[in-house]
Write a protein that binds this ligand. Structure first.
Ligand code: PHE
Length: 449
């Protein structure tokens, strides 16, 4: 495979990077104002739907759940009909039309806009992620770092959108905000269309349904079955991880608002600002962490995907230990509040954990899934994310009766225990990968033209 390269990676990676950056800009921008729009009164200067909080939260919950659950049909669409590249193209178009509908004020436009965005993200997001893997050959050490680079792109979109789209939507006009999010996706689509020359060899494959010349369905070999098992295990890690991490938007958001002293240098940091902190940290430490793993691997130390994921779960657990310390301080302090630094520390550890798990899992899927199922398995991964988010909501609810300290300590214990267990069994589990996770230094994948 001859590919043009830039900074050691195929140029196609940067096309996917910017397309996904803009898709995430539109997604997180729209998400940032969705609930605020729903609850804004109908007779305000910048009117919304005038819903109550509960109804608005319900719709928001359904939206965030469905948008990732649709990854499954999105993956199937690529595997069965279109191939990944065309599925991404279609997804982008649906997202743009969806946002265009949201610009027009009106109920049916709003609902159909949301449906189109849900379908569009379902078609685009898993398939663009699979395409990143498609740029690299089996065994290429660069694959993992490519996914980290891609992940940094995601977070540049996620960081900037709430600030920009949030401002336009909340301060000027909700519909303009939605429009701006749509323009973001349109820019992504332009990048993708113009970048096609760097993506010629990736995302075209549509696997055959039957063995050649027969009506016998393509079955899995025993090696492929083993790999699917280990993949499903990694999905369990992902459910647990997001179940813990996504406390950020719910429980920890409320916690920050009520029980953290957010005054810094005489200025009170709004609780919602802390929601950008994760993405900011990813941008800051994404590259150093990718570099770290490369150096670590060069020393010949254990650096399998499952090991990284186990370690990531443990580090995330320690983030909750910091929060438990904050909760104790809250009880002891006279003001009933703990300093903000605990949150800075906890979120930092959560992001270190995220970078050991999330991009690694994306990369792992593209190594482990048989070519005929890659897109579907990627979609299933997004479904696991949706479940993790749901789990996070349940844990957050439980905290209302059990108290934060118990929940933070429980999450600490669970994550550390689970991560240790994983690391303990890593060498056995690795056998199930049959070498598909190994790095082969002899593989030279990216050849400059
Ligand atoms: N920040 C990540 C993203 O938007 C969160 C995420 C991870 C979402 C995995 C879905 C699946 O891509």
């Amino acid at each position: 495979m001859k590919q043009q390269t830039l900074w050691g990676h195929p140029k196609g990676l940067y096309i996917l990077f910017f397309t996904e950056l803009w898709e995430r800009f539109s997604f997180y921008g729209m998400r940032a104002i969705l609930i605020l729009y729903l609850v804004a009164k109908t007779d305000e200067l910048n009117p919304g739907f005038g819903w109550d909080n509960v109804t608005a939260l319900q719709l928001y919950g359904w939206y965030t759940m469905l948008v990732y659950a649709m990854g499954v049909p999105g993956g199937l669409l690529a595997d069965r009909l279109l191939g990944q590249k065309k599925a991404v193209m279609l997804g982008g178009v649906l997202i743009i039309i969806g946002h265009a509908l949201l610009v027009i004020n009106g109920e049916w436009q709003f609902y159909s806009g949301l449906v189109l965005i849900i379908l569009g993200v379902g078609s685009l997001k898993p398939n663009i992620s699979s395409m990143v893997g498609g740029l690299y050959r089996q065994g290429d050490a660069k694959r993992d770092s490519a996914f980290t680079i891609f992940y940094v792109g995601i977070n540049i979109g996620a960081f900037s959108a709430p600030l920009i789209v949030g401002y336009v939507g909340e301060v000027i006009n909700w519909n303009y905000g939605f429009g701006l999010a749509g323009i973001g996706m349109a820019l992504g689509q332009i990048v993708f269309v113009y970048g096609q020359k760097y993506l010629k060899e990736v995302g075209n494959y549509i696997p055959p349904k039957f063995h050649e010349g027969t009506k016998e369905p393509v079955k899995l070999t025993s090696i492929e079955k083993d790999r699917m098992i280990v993949l499903l295990l990694s999905f369990l890690i992902v459910v647990i991880f997001w179940g813990a991490y996504e406390q950020a938007g719910g429980l920890m958001n409320l916690y920050a608002k009520e029980k953290i002293d957010r005054v810094m240098l005489g200025f009170e940091v709004p609780a919602s600002f802390l929601q950008s902190l994760h993405a900011f940290y990813v941008i800051l430490i994404g590259a150093p962490i990718a570099w770290f793993w490369v150096q670590w691997g060069k020393k010949g130390w254990e650096s399998s995907s499952l090991f990284k994921m186990g370690l990531g779960t443990i580090i995330t657990g320690f983030g909750f230990l910091l929060l438990a310390a904050a909760a104790m301080e809250t009880m002891e302090s006279l003001t009933g509040k703990a300093p903000i630094y605990w949150l800075f520390g906890a979120y930092f550890l959560h992001v270190v954990g995220e970078l050991c798990i999330s991009p690694v899992a994306l990369s792992f899927i593209t190594k482990m899934a048989p070519a005929k199922f890659v897109s579907f398995m990627m979609g299933a991964y997004f479904f696991a994310t949706a479940l993790g988010n749901k789990l996070a909501g349940l844990v957050g609810e439980a905290a209302q009766s059990a108290g934060e300290l118990t929940i933070f300590l429980g999450l600490f214990g669970f994550c550390v225990g689970f991560g240790l267990l994983l690391i303990l069994f890593v060498s056995r589990l690795k056998k199930l990968t049959h070498g598909a996770d190994d790095v082969d230094d002899n593989v030279v994948v990216v050849e400059p033209e």
